[in-house]
Design a protein around this ligand. Structure first.
Ligand code: PMP
Length: 456
């Protein structure tokens, strides 16, 4: 297995310029005004680092798009992909194939409750699409409920279920979607002062919304177990058990979207384990292969699988359970077991990242709140700790977003690649980050936060 080039070996200004020029000429980038972006040309990556063609190396606090849970270029996963490519690169979904059966078994054994069947997709949004479809057919009801401050993907149903501004431009009206507020004490939609109050009011609000929509019209409630992109808002302990109870009472399917929170990110295989709740359907993607080959899926409970035991499930994908992706999943899960990756993520979160971030919050006037668990943390940057006024307005762009731009630039100057969304920065490195690497990144964050402090 050839090692990736080191930053020194990769330094090649002419090649970097050529990569960049072709990108600028022909690649149409996600979520971007094409002429206002300046993508970094990346030459290589290994572990928690990546580097450009100029020899600059960055510590990645984003895990790409929060998916390289075992870091970049793990040799065992690379080797498994190479071996699968050499023996059976692809085969159609209707056949039983070793890599696919084995991936399904390993995933089903780790999912909570009786989620024993796996429908494979290529990514997260497709998993959400199919979970919604399964719930609608299973219940014979039309509506899906989803939370504000959520993200569920950029396909038709995924974007409709999404509760953030990325939905606005392509919103197709309600399309069978009903939104509600989930708990978030720091910016409480319920004006609550304690976590218990927030939890009780959020559950009452959900129940009232169901009553006024008509319980018999609601197929499913979909929730990110720990909402990710919208701000890593760990729910109060009683919330998800309360939602489970409401779903059971009204015959509503409970879908947990664990696309971001699953596969070790929260220090458990799945975030649902923290709350001792099992959903009826659970979506996953990202960490299942650490993103080495795209893969997602829906884990399905016995009762919902039963609906499709003697009548066909009306849905499929050409590449469902692609052997190359499934081989990557098998290798990733085995690496996570062999190297104790999930336990490591829990420990590095509770012993290193959590305490260090709490210390940053004490010392920096711009840090309003720190929250998270495992390798899944958010810092809420504010102009004023008392009023909690965000450092930049909600959904700010251009000059309005400048303070967060200055903060991000300061991180990069320190060799740290930060995740920035609205007024938040998320600390979401690989689950495999070492204590020394985490401390290096946190020290860089400390320096960069002084830049954010200037706007307070
Ligand atoms: N659900 C959640 C919770 C996500 O975080 C994401 C991606 N960030 C998606 C769904 C969509 O996944 P994908 O981009 O792989 O389609």
């Amino acid at each position: 297995y050839p090692r990736p080039m080191t930053p020194h070996e990769a330094a090649d200004l002419a090649k970097g310029a050529a990569v960049k020029a072709a990108d600028r000429a022909h690649v149409f980038h996600s979520w971007s005004a094409q002429e206002l972006i300046d993508p970094l040309a990346v030459a290589g990556a290994e572990g928690v680092h990546f580097w450009d063609y100029e020899g600059n190396r960055y510590l990645d606090f984003t895990s790409a798009l929060v998916y390289t849970n075992i870091g970049y270029q793990h040799p065992k996963v690379v080797a498994a992909i190479q071996e699968q490519a050499a023996t059976m690169t692809t085969f159609a979904p209707a056949f039983a194939v070793e890599a696919r059966s084995e991936a399904a078994r390993l995933i089903a054994e780790r999912t909570p409750g009786d989620l024993d069947k796996i429908f494979f997709t290529n990514a997260g949004a497709e998993a959400v699409e199919h979970a919604a479809r399964m719930a609608r057919i299973h219940t014979g009801r039309p509506k899906i409920m989803s939370a504000y401050r959520s993200y569920h993907g950029a396909t038709a149903t995924g974007i409709n279920l999404t509760g953030d501004p990325r939905r606005w431009a392509s919103d197709t009206g309600n399309a069978g979607v009903v939104r509600f507020w989930a708990p978030f004490l720091y910016r409480s939609p319920f004006h609550a002062e304690t976590e218990e109050q927030e939890c009780a009011r959020a559950l009452q609000h959900l129940e009232d919304t169901i009553a006024f929509e008509g319980p018999q019209s609601i197929a499913a409630i979909v929730l990110e177990t720990v909402p990710g992109t919208a701000g890593i808002m760990v729910p109060p302990p009683g919330y998800l058990p309360g939602v489970r109870e409401i779903c059971d009472r009204y015959g509503i399917v409970l879908i947990f979207d664990e696309v971001m929170a699953g596969f070790g990110r929260t220090g458990k295989w799945f975030a649902a384990e923290h709350f001792d709740v099992a959903p009826d359907l659970m979506t996953f993607a990202k960490g299942v292969t650490s993103g080495y080959v795209p893969l997602g899926g829906v884990a399905i409970s016995g009762a919902i699988a039963e609906t499709f035991a003697r009548k066909p499930y009306p849905g499929g994908l050409t590449y469902s359970g692609h052997p190359l992706a499934c081989a990557a999943a098998v290798a990733t899960i085995n690496v996570m077991e062999e190297e104790g990756v999930v336990e490591h993520a829990a420990r590095i979160g509770s012993d290193v990242i959590g305490p260090a971030l709490a210390d940053l919050a004490e010392r920096h006037p711009s840090v309003g709140e720190v929250r998270g668990l495992g390798v899944f943390w958010a810092l809420e940057l504010v102009r004023n700790k008392a009023t909690r006024e965000p450092l930049v307005p909600y959904n700010a762009s251009g000059a309005d977003a400048a303070p967060m731009g200055a903060f991000a630039a300061a991180c990069k100057k320190e060799g740290l690649w930060p995740f920035v969304n609205m007024n938040r920065t998320h600390v979401v490195p690989a689950c495999t980050i070492t204590e020394a690497e985490a401390k290096e990144g946190l020290a860089a964050l400390d320096v960069a936060l002084s830049v954010a402090d200037e706007y307070v």
